[in-house]
Design a protein around this ligand. Structure first.
Ligand code: SF4
Ligand code: SF4
Length: 238
């Protein structure tokens, strides 16, 4: 899941218990956000098949204890002590693309398409199909916020909104190439914004009134015109 090994943050995180790690990376907030998104069928659990599936030491020990026959599929991460990798495709992915250990899945699996960032104050969102949907809605929220702000002048508002719309177009390009590129650029989101965004999503999906306030969601396609319509299915990991 972590496409690049992040030595700074991971060196710090590997020293904590999983429950502490989850607090540091706002894991519960990310779950509140991800419950509103579903993976397309045609992704075929790309992240479980091709991602770098990192495990913290506690997770590695738990999995080896529960599934000793699969221990040989877990190896040490070369660059970071106490960090491990599951060989991909993941041995816990079923023949119908479901996670066989969903309730015990590693933190990085529960996070994805969010990805631990190089700081302790923010997190990245990778523009896979679901990640792009999150980025699009996050952009809508930011634009809405800027539009209503009394602290930003008219010209500045226009400029800021343009920058966010341009950024969204960039991520639309990234998601179109997601299956072809080994490294994609992610959106970095401060944790404080993430908390506010989770509240926004609750309101958006619970209140039909607030859905009407979203204005730019239709300006950028969710997927490239070259891609077939993915349709909607349940998450591959639940
Ligand atoms: S999170 Fe979903 S959409 Fe993203 S790569 Fe994994 S299966 Fe595909
Ligand atoms: S979610 Fe499950 S199947 Fe997918 S990579 Fe993680 S452990 Fe493997």
């Amino acid at each position: 899941m972590l496409k690049e090994v992040n030595e700074c943050t991971e060196c710090i995180l590997v020293m904590f218990h999983i429950s502490c790690i989850k607090k540091v990376i706002h894991y519960d907030t990310i779950q509140k956000i991800l419950k509103y998104y579903k993976c397309p069928d045609n992704c075929n659990a790309h992240c479980c098949r091709n991602g770098s599936i990192h495990l913290f030491e506690e997770e590695k020990n738990n999995l080896v204890h529960a599934y000793p026959e699969k221990g040989s599929m877990i190896r040490s991460e070369k660059n970071v002590d106490h960090l491990y990798l599951i060989n991909s495709p993941c041995m816990f992915l079923s023949s119908i693309d479901r996670c066989e250990i969903y309730n015990e899945r590693p933190v990085v699996c529960g996070l994805y398409p969010f990805k631990v960032d190089r700081s302790t104050v923010s997190i990245g969102i990778q523009p896979c199909h679901v990640g792009f949907d999150v980025i699009r809605d996050f952009t809508c929220w930011i634009v809405e916020h800027i539009s209503c702000s009394d602290h930003v002048s008219g010209d500045d508002k226009e400029q800021l909104i343009k920058e966010w719309e341009t950024g969204l177009g960039f991520y639309a390009g990234e998601v179109a190439l997601f299956f072809k590129k080994s490294t994609i650029k992610e959106l970095i989101v401060p944790f404080t914004d993430l908390e506010m965004f989770a509240i926004y999503l609750d309101k958006k999906f619970i209140s039909t009134e607030s859905v009407k306030t979203i204005t730019i969601a239709d300006k950028v396609p969710v997927i490239s015109p070259d891609e077939p319509d993915p349709g909607i299915s349940s998450l591959p990991c639940n």
